[in-house]
Write a protein that binds this ligand. Sequence first.
Ligand code: DAH
Length: 348
Amino acid sequence: MSDLSATDVTIAELDAFEVEFSRVIAPLSDEQAIRGAQAQFLGKKGKVAEAMKVLGKLPPADRPKVGAVANRIKATIESEVARRLGELAQAAAEADLARVVDVTLPARPVPAGRLHILSQVRLEMIEIFAELGFVVADGPQIETDWHNFEALALPKDHPARDMQDTFYVSEDIVLRTHTSPVQVRTMLTQAPPIRIVAPGFVYRRDDDLTHSPMFTQIEGLAVDEGLSFADLKGVLLHFVKRFFKRDLGIRLRPSYFPFVEPGAEVDMQCVFCAGPGSACRVCKSTGWVEIGGAGMVDPDVFQHVKIDTERYTGFAFGMGIERMAMLRHDINDIKFYYEGDVRFLEQF
Ligand code: DAH
């Protein structure tokens, strides 16, 4: 090696930096480290500058050659740095994109809406009555006093009006307090035989844990020749068994509603307990829960709607849909129906 000139040594040294730099930079993966390596070779006190200190001692004729090598090395290192930084920037941009749009991710499920529990129950009730030949009838929620009361044998001075906690719109217009006026509207427009159910909102000035000022009822009415109380009981019994999918019994307790005679309160066997003796908050351990009112259409009502009382008889019933949903799904507070809390609604 002794025959190598100082110029050859310097050039060899400079050439070696190129390989050395590639080795140093290879494992680096952040900008700061790469800039550090660049400075280590090209900085004022870097390896190339150090090597070039000998330039003044080299034969003047050799200096341009050495200078050219040094410039080439600098250019190589700089372009290598630029290439690596470019790669890093590209990788960062791709990572960013991947974070925003990862096309390989499974699609997020779109939450599907569903029918409100009261709608579900209403439709189920309608379906069961439809099997028995009942069709849906409708009436207005803002009702005349005559349809809501008078024609249902509840004249203005009738004490039973007090039970209804009526919202009056004017002296003769009310928010219907029950679905029973749909009976009247149906009988006024259709001739017997009639078999209808009428679900819908009703309104009462009542607001506590178990009452809401707006709630839903379903009314039933059948008018035909020869209908009896046994037909009424048969329809209600069939309904209860189908709706609860269990062999439950019903009982009809004599009660008073002005528009039916005889009138009854409809009870069914408690769905939550084994009957009397078991501690049950729903039936208060009686084994029976009330689900509505029913009876034979009072001839007085038939007279209001001009149906021949000699030829026809009829039965009617009314049930609260909130109550049926409560019994069916063990819902213990009426407010759940109207709060719109998805955590409740999603369960059905
Ligand atoms: N309309 C009554 C109420 O809301 C319920 C009712 C009782 C309806 C007896 C009927 C019936 O059709 O026959 O309190």
